[in-house]
Design a protein. Structure first.
Length: 311
């Protein structure tokens, strides 16, 4: 990597990609060219178009500035806008002192199904005691792109429910009463539980049964069998297609493609589960579906979540 000069950020557009903790590897692999600099999990690219589904937050038009003190850093940030959140990779105490003097930004966890407050949130970080990087515009309105939710440790049948809670906190869409959902690979029922709680009717498909109370739920219709045996032409009209099924990502793509080619005008939320980098070719396949997006959720491990809202 060539020597990095912070002032070059002010001469041409640069983008910062912040990887989730432990996922800088997949992010770096997903970009053909190496970053011009990396600070912890923040990777800086000399481009205004670079993107990665593995990025937890994207810093647009990242800038650098020299600071002479904590107060100077605060004044320079607040002269641009009010709301900022720090990314800390070093100089922890100095970063904390800056945060203490900045205008308050709430980072309390959400109680689902409450919707988050959508307010632009900038990001900043120190790379030296006198050098600060910042971006007034970022891809996420959550601090460092991390959605925090108050967990339910009693009612869900598995922790998979957190993925859907997070997705529905990120997008302005969710199932409503009267809509019909299909949940493939549903057992033991984490996603089905969320959908039924929202008032939707759920066709839960799996070879294994759901938790007993879900099997008897009035909004849930259990279908015993393989997710991949479901054929669009033999299935009910649905508003939402969900899959958290364990399978190779390319097999999931073929399943999704089958439903799209059948003309099903429904919304899709699916988990791509990777067992190695040799399966990353599926990422490009899903990205080729116009209008859809791939994200790495805070609840994901070596997974990406594909979201396609059509209606």
């Amino acid at each position: 990597m060539a020597k990095f000069y912070p002032e070059q950020l002010n001469e041409r557009p640069h983008t910062g990609l912040l990887a989730p903790d432990g996922f800088s590897g997949p992010l770096l692999v997903s970009i053909p060219k190496p970053p011009v600099a990396s600070f912890g999990d923040l990777h800086i690219y000399a481009s205004d178009t670079v993107r990665s589904p593995w990025a937890q937050n994207t810093w647009f038009n990242i800038r650098s500035t020299q600071i002479t003190s904590i107060t100077d850093a605060v004044q320079k940030l607040t002269a641009v806008q009010r709301n900022w959140w720090p990314y800390v990779s070093s100089l922890h105490r100095r970063m904390e002192l800056i945060k203490e003097k900045m205008p308050y930004v709430s980072a309390k966890p959400l109680l689902f199904p409450e919707r988050p407050t959508i307010t632009p949130l900038g990001s900043y970080s120190l790379i030296a005691p006198d050098t600060m990087l910042y971006a007034s515009s970022c891809s996420s309105y959550f601090p460092n792109g991390m959605v925090k939710l108050i967990e339910d440790h009693v009612n869900p049948p598995s922790r998979a429910y957190m993925k859907l809670w997070e997705v529905f906190s990120l997008i302005d869409a969710r199932p409503i009463p009267g809509q019909i959902c299909m949940d493939l690979g549903a057992s033991p029922g984490g996603w089905t539980w969320v959908l039924a709680k929202l008032g939707a009717t759920v066709y839960a498909v799996d070879r294994s049964p759901l938790r007993v109370d879900l099997m008897n739920h009035q909004n849930i219709k259990f279908v015993e069998g393989s997710a991949f045996a479901m054929q669009p032409q033999n299935s009910p009209e649905i508003d939402w297609f969900f899959s958290d099924v364990i399978c190779y990502p390319m097999r999931l793509f073929e399943l999704v493609r089958r439903w799209l080619d059948a003309g099903r005008n429904c919304n899709f939320i699916c988990t791509l589960k990777f067992q190695g980098r040799d399966q990353y070719q599926a990422i490009e396949k899903f990205q080729s579906i116009e209008g859809s997006s791939l994200v790495h959720l805070g609840c994901n491990k070596h997974e990406l979540t594909w979201i396609y809202i059509q209606k």
